[in-house]
Design a protein around this ligand. Sequence first.
Ligand SMILES: Cc1cc2nc3c(=O)[nH]c(=O)nc-3n(C[C@H](O)[C@H](O)[C@H](O)COP(=O)(O)O)c2cc1C
Length: 207
Amino acid sequence: MYFDLANLGGKLSYKLLSSTVVPRPIAWVTTRSDHGHLNAAPFSFFNVFSGEPPVACLGIGEGIHGPKDTVNNLRANGELVINLVSESNVVSMNITATAFESEIDELEEAGLATVASTHVAPPRIAASPASFECRVREIIPLGTANHLILVNVLAAHIIDEAITDVDRCRIDASRLDLVGRMESPGWYVRTRDRFMLKQQVKPLRDA
Ligand SMILES: Cc1cc2nc3c(=O)[nH]c(=O)nc-3n(C[C@H](O)[C@H](O)[C@H](O)COP(=O)(O)O)c2cc1C
């Protein structure tokens, strides 16, 4: 089937793209408002894009009553922690996706303990297997309602069990037990079913 996105409109384009570009990693983002309210929400329009400089990216849409709290907080002070989501986190992650009023702390609603960060004011989520302290690099508006948010990654906290060689930053990602987002209305995938395929460095004819 052929789809011309010029004729689909935003809602259907979103559905088509977010249901096919899968699985997507989930950034479980903690921020703090300038009034001191903590906020947590998951975003699967997320990935990392560069090691030098270390940069990650989030895609955040419009909320029911205007910009989402995460966008407002990032505009106000630019500080966030990106926590990754393991299977044991999925129920609490889902609670934090609820459109609560901005003064409601989703971390409290979901019964989540936090740990103070080193570089930024928002804390990380204690139960997450990997968290990244970040600062906004650039907020790029997309159309009238969406935002592409580039962030500099300042520090990482990763559970010891997943680290196989600390000096070489070698990680056994299967021990993070992360989940990915699939299509609507709420499908997810585990990351346990993996296989090895080493990249060919030289063209085969030179081997
Ligand atoms: C797994 C998952 C992934 C999500 N990914 C996104 C996303 O990439 N972009 C987005 O705008 N909303 C996404 N949402 C919805 C937000 O989490 C939701 O709108 C949340 O209430 C925003 O919270 P905030 O207003 O506290 O920032 C996602 C929800 C779930 C459950």
